[in-house]
Design a protein around this ligand. Structure first.
Ligand code: NAI
Length: 260
């Protein structure tokens, strides 16, 4: 019999993943996908009931999940959640920094400073807090993976969105910086740049507005669904993906490459 040439694992079965903002949109889709793939999922988000609902969905579907109410701006809570996840599942292999908000404001608006502070805190500084809390455990894993969810706003900009744009550019920088710092330890750090995806963040845009935008701006010609982004995230988390680090992956229906 011919020896198989493919030896690296494409399975996250038995791995333990913390996903932030997992009660909605892409976080929820990622939690479902990872559980479907046999991982133990720590579902975290604001609001105990919202978290419990997703845990219930996953367990009803035969997956392994446990929930934690976790505001990502709370560094002390990040430490607690990591410790409790390890108590519950025995290890920690994967962090998906996904939680997010979108606060639009012009530079001269009265709310700008507040929006700036909140955006940087939730979308960027929070990632560093959770990663710092998780690092000792990740160092024990033989397949440690960090995935940060940035945005196509990490490459370009939409009008009046500069706090978000700055934070998402920062996420890409943080990803590259930590990829360099942690590479020798076998901990990979990558980031995903979703384009227009139908989630809680975009549900207020009218259907017609979404359709016009997607047809004009994307190659695929429609909004994406959260699960399509979750598959990009999963790919970075596979043991086989161990030589991918510092990568910035658009999952955007071709938005970034489309000129006209
Ligand atoms: P979503 O609104 O459906 O989910 C975001 C989740 O983050 C919510 O459940 C929310 O409760 C949670 N969250 C907000 N602040 C939090 C905090 N302080 N602590 C813990 N959890 C918090 O939105 P979506 O779209 O699934 O967002 C996921 C990520 O994707 C975000 O980082 C967002 O910036 C990014 N993104 C979204 C795009 C889209 O078109 N929907 C495009 C590009 C990036």
């Amino acid at each position: 019999m011919t020896e198989r040439l493919s030896q690296l694992s494409r399975s996250i079965e038995g791995r333990v993943a913390i996903i932030t903002g997992a009660a909605s949109g892409m976080g929820r889709a990622t939690a479902h996908l990872f559980a479907d793939e046999g991982a133990h999922v720590a579902v975290t988000d604001l609001g105990t009931d919202r978290v419990a609902a997703v845990v219930e969905e996953i367990t009803a579907a035969g997956g392994s999940a446990h929930g934690w109410a976790f505001d990502v701006t709370d560094g002390a809570r990040a430490q607690e959640v990591v410790a409790q996840v390890i108590d519950t599942f025995g290890q920690l292999d994967i962090i998906v920094n996904n939680a997010g908000i979108a606060l639009f404001s012009a530079i001269d608006s009265p709310e700008y400073e507040d929006n700036w502070a909140t955006s940087i805190d939730v979308l960027l500084t929070a990632h560093t807090r959770l990663i710092r809390a998780a690092l000792p455990a990740l160092r024990q894993s033989d397949s440690a993976r960090i995935v940060n969810i940035a945005s196509t706003e990490g490459w370009g900009a939409t009008k009046y969105n500069s706090p978000y744009v700055a934070a998402k550019h920062g996420v890409i920088g943080l990803t590259k910086g930590l990829a360099v710092d942690l590479g020798r330890e076998g901990i990979t750090v990558n980031c995903i740049c979703p384009g227009p995806i139908l989630t809680g963040l975009t549900e207020d845009i009218s259907e017609q507005g979404r359709e016009i935008f997607a047809k004009r701006r994307t190659a695929i010609g429609r909004y994406g669904i959260p699960e399509e982004v979750a598959h990009g995230t999963l790919n970075f988390c596979l043991p086989a993906s161990r030589y991918m680090t510092g990568a910035v992956l658009p999952v955007d229906g071709g938005l970034l490459i489309k000129n006209a």
